[in-house]
Design a binder for this molecule. Structure first.
Ligand SMILES: O=C(O)CCC(=O)C(=O)O
Ligand SMILES: [Fe+2]
Length: 309
């Protein structure tokens, strides 16, 4: 469980690093499973993941990956004709987004008691892991992740998204660790990433300009966990080094009574792959006296929302 000091830090800063959260054996098992998945994958359908060009085109492979284990490549690992110029295990950007439900090895870790303890410490009553990503940040081709807030992508009413990011390899400033803006979660959610009925996805609203010097590095040893409040602004740079930076990340939302998941979030599950809460204590306690640590500021999740999970 998180200590009172750790919870205070998370509420104040919008992020928290928990060193030594996973054992080196757990880390090795997840890393090895990731490598096996890439080995078994035949990259005939190539979908490139870029946080820059995600905005306008309809990409069914991306949308379908909400209920699947999808493979996304680095832009820099493809030539102009879309052919891989690197071996697939050095070209992959990430695997997502239902790994935590569909893959037995990732499922076991994602639903372990230590993960549940963290969510309970944060005040979640019925947390649903809505997405997971195995991120590779490969040597030389690992792309930038532009500054963003996870609640822009995973809107609930009221807002509740929290990310947990596990380093599977040491993340340093050299190989593209994350950077965060302390306290940025107190300024609200600046934009939303929404999906129209025809499947087109787009951003609504603009991110402000941030001063680069205000970001602090989130260096993390393999096994460390980084908690990210949904309104926290974070980013990671390109990896121009010879060393990869593997990480496994999951995003949770609250689904206790009173919380709804936006029907225009990009991430919608097919009926045969329903969301599954990690645990449910929502019936067992009355409304907490203090707001949970994940409570988020006023937001712009304006569209009609319905309970989904
Ligand atoms: O691993 C990264 O570089 C970015 C991860 C991220 O944005 C997240 O886990 O929310
Ligand atoms: Fe993120």
């Amino acid at each position: 469980m998180l200590s009172v000091e750790q919870l205070e830090q998370f509420k104040r800063d919008g992020f928290l690093v928990v060193e030594g959260f996973a054992s080196l054996e757990e880390v090795a098992a997840l890393k090895q499973r990731g490598e096996e998945l890439v080995e078994a994958w035949d990259p005939e359908a190539i979908s490139v993941f870029s946080t820059r060009n995600q905005t306008s085109k309809t990409d069914n492979y991306f949308l379908d990956s909400a209920s699947d284990v999808g493979f996304f490549f680095e832009e820099k690992a493809l030539d102009e004709g879309g052919k891989l110029v690197k071996p697939k295990n050095r070209a992959i950007n990430k695997i997502g987004h239902a790994l935590h439900d569909l893959d037995p090895v990732f499922r076991r870790w994602s639903r372990s008691s230590h993960v549940a303890d963290v969510m309970q410490s944060l005040g979640f009553q019925r947390p649903v892991p809505v997405q997971s990503m195995l991120i590779f940040k490969q040597p030389y081709v690992g792309g930038e992740v532009v500054p963003h807030q996870d609640s822009s992508f995973l809107c609930t009413s009221p807002l509740s998204c929290v990310g947990i990011w596990l380093a599977l390899e040491d993340a340093t400033q050299t190989n593209g660790c994350m950077w965060t803006l302390p306290g940025s979660h107190l300024d609200g959610v600046h934009r939303r990433f929404v999906r129209a009925p025809d499947g087109t996805v787009s951003f609504e609203g603009d991110m402000p300009e941030f001063e680069e010097a205000a970001f602090v590095p989130l260096e993390a040893k393999a096994g460390s966990l980084v908690l990210l409040h949904g309104a926290n602004v974070h980013t990671s740079k390109e990896n121009n080094s010879p060393v990869s930076r593997h990480a496994y990340t999951m995003h949770f939302v609250e689904s206790a009574p009173g919380y709804t998941y936006a029907t225009d979030n990009w991430l919608q599950r097919r009926a045969e792959v329903p969301f599954e809460p990690l645990y449910d204590i929502s019936g067992s306690s009355s409304t907490p006296e203090t707001p949970p640590a994940f409570a988020q500021p006023p937001h712009r999740c304006r569209q009609a929302v319905t309970a989904q999970s």
